[in-house]
Write a protein that binds this ligand. Sequence first.
Ligand SMILES: Nc1nc2c(ncn2[C@@H]2O[C@H](COP(=O)(O)OP(=O)(O)OP(=O)(O)O)[C@@H](O)[C@H]2O)c(=O)[nH]1
Length: 254
Amino acid sequence: MTTTNIRSPLILDQLINLYDPKIMGIVIAILVVLITIGLFIVWRYKKTARKGVLLMGLSDAGKTLIYSRLLHNKFVHTHTSVKENSGEYDCGKVSLRIIDIPGHERLRAKFFDEYKGTARGIVYIIDSITFQKDIRDVAEFLYTLLSDPVVASNRLSFLILCNKQDQTMAKGCTVIKSLLEKEMNVLRTTKSSQLESTGEAATNNTFLGKKEKDFEFVHLLPIKVDFAESSASNVDPEKPVELEALEKWLIHIA
Ligand SMILES: Nc1nc2c(ncn2[C@@H]2O[C@H](COP(=O)(O)OP(=O)(O)OP(=O)(O)O)[C@@H](O)[C@H]2O)c(=O)[nH]1
C-alpha cells in the first residue's frame, strides 16, 4: 500500500514533465497534425469560396456569344461590351460563376482587378481567324494575366480557347499554341530588358517560365494552361456549336 502511494505521484510527475523528450515529441507531433488539418480546412474553404471563371480576351474574340451559349443556349447578336455579364453555370454537384469581361483595352484591367480575387480559373478566348494579325496583342494581354500576382498566388487554371473554328481560315489550337509560345518568348526578352534598364528586375516578378530555356506553357506549373478549340456560332446549320471542350474543362476545375 505504502509503496503504491509513493510511486503514483512519481509516475504522474514523469508523465506531465514536458521536458521529457518522449512527451515533447508526442506534443509536437499532435500540434503539427492539428496545424496541418487547420491549414487544409482554410485552404479548402478559400478554394471553394473562389468559384468565378473569367472569360477574357481581346475585343471580338467571341466572349459574349460563348457566355450566352453556355448559360442560355442562345445565339445573340452581340456588340462591343462595356460592362460585364455574370451568371451561374451548373456543373452537377457544384456551380461556377461565369463572368464575361469586356475585351476593350480601357475597360478590361478594371474588371479584371474587380473579379480576379474570386476567380478559380480564366478562359482566355482567341479569335482564331485574326490570330496571326493580332498575335502581339494576344500575347501581351495573356502575359499580363499570367504574371499577375493574384493569379500566381491563387494558382488559377487557364484554358486558352481557340474560337471561331467553324471558319475555314481559323488556325488550329496546336498551331496557335506553338506561335504563341514563340511570341511569349520574344515578349519575355523585351520585358526583362525593359525592367533591367529601369532597375526593377530584382523586385519585379514578371519573368514567366524557366530561365535559360525557351518559353513553354508547361513551365508555368503550378499554373496549369490547357488549350482547346471552340465554335460558338451556328449561322451555318452544317457547322454545329462546339463548346464541349470548354464544358469539360469547367467540370474539371469545379
Ligand atoms: N464565325 C464565328 N463567329 C463568332 C464566333 N463567336 C463569336 N463570333 C462573332 O464574333 C463577333 C464578336 O463576338 P462577341 O461575343 O461580341 O465578342 P467579345 O469577345 O464579347 O467582344 P467584346 O465585347 O468587344 O469584348 C460577333 O459578331 C459574333 O457573332 C464563332 O465561334 N464563329
